[in-house]
Design a protein around this ligand. Structure first.
Ligand SMILES: [Zn+2]
Length: 231
């Protein structure tokens, strides 16, 4: 038995099946460090691994925070388009990074089928990028790209915040994700918007990070330009 984990009982909103999924006790969560795109590294159990619930019976999967939020049409789409092809699998045990990746991909599939908000899809993609980063997986960058597309749409058309991401944090994050994609002009533009946003004055750490990553993006942009000119 892993004492850091406990079982949570869930009822699936689609098929009404009752199942169990593991969660990390909050007293057992030990943050080691964070990357500049908010990716967290933990000593011991990683709560991100357990952030998606998967119904073993019908295949519906979603982020914990929105698992019960599904429209009648969404339920219909899951039971007609996903469940018939679903091979019963259980995600209720301890998860390693590979099992977590599988769970998040299922959440992405369900999310697309039920037309979930772009902000939710973006969050799933960002976490998939982090999961791949933990194992130095090449697909990290693909999922950062998907995350950027979805976050940009969410920024334009959806109410904020997205989970813990308020407006200024999201603007900063879009700067940092574009920088990681080597889209330096766009990154600089987003960082500009972040540092000139009034709300950032109340977040000293974010303000400092935005200025640091902003000047890094400017340096990288110059380097890229010089390289292109010398070719
Ligand atoms: Zn179900």
């Amino acid at each position: 038995m892993n004492g850091a984990l406990y079982d949570k009982e869930i009822q699936c909103p689609v098929c009404k099946n009752i199942f169990h999924t593991k969660k990390v006790r909050s007293s057992a969560v030990r943050v080691e460090r964070r990357d500049t795109d908010f990716c967290v590294y933990y000593n011991g159990e990683n709560p991100i691994f357990y952030g998606v619930f998967v119904c073993p019976n019908c295949g519906y999967a979603s982020l914990e925070s929105v698992f019960q939020e599904i429209s009648p049409l969404g339920k219909k789409n899951i039971s007609t388009k996903l469940s018939p092809k679903w091979i019963q699998r259980d995600f209720g045990n301890e998860r390693n990074v590979y099992k977590a990746i599988e769970a998040y991909k299922l959440a992405l599939l369900s999310g697309q089928l039920i037309n979930q908000k772009k902000g939710i899809l973006a969050t799933i993609c960002l976490r998939l990028a982090w999961l791949y980063r933990y194992i130095d997986g090449e697909r990290e960058i693909d999922f950062i790209e998907h995350a950027v597309n979805c976050f940009e749409e969410a920024f334009r058309y959806e109410p904020l915040p997205i989970g813990n991401l308020d407006e200024v944090s999201l603007v900063y994050l879009l700067g940092e994700l574009n920088r990681r994609l080597k889209k330096y002009d766009e990154a600089i533009d987003w960082f500009n918007r972040a540092v000139s946003n009034r709300a950032i004055k109340r977040k000293r750490k974010l303000d400092a990070m935005a200025r640091e990553q902003w000047s890094l993006a400017k340096e990288e942009y110059k380097k890229q330009k010089n390289q292109n000119e010398s070719v």
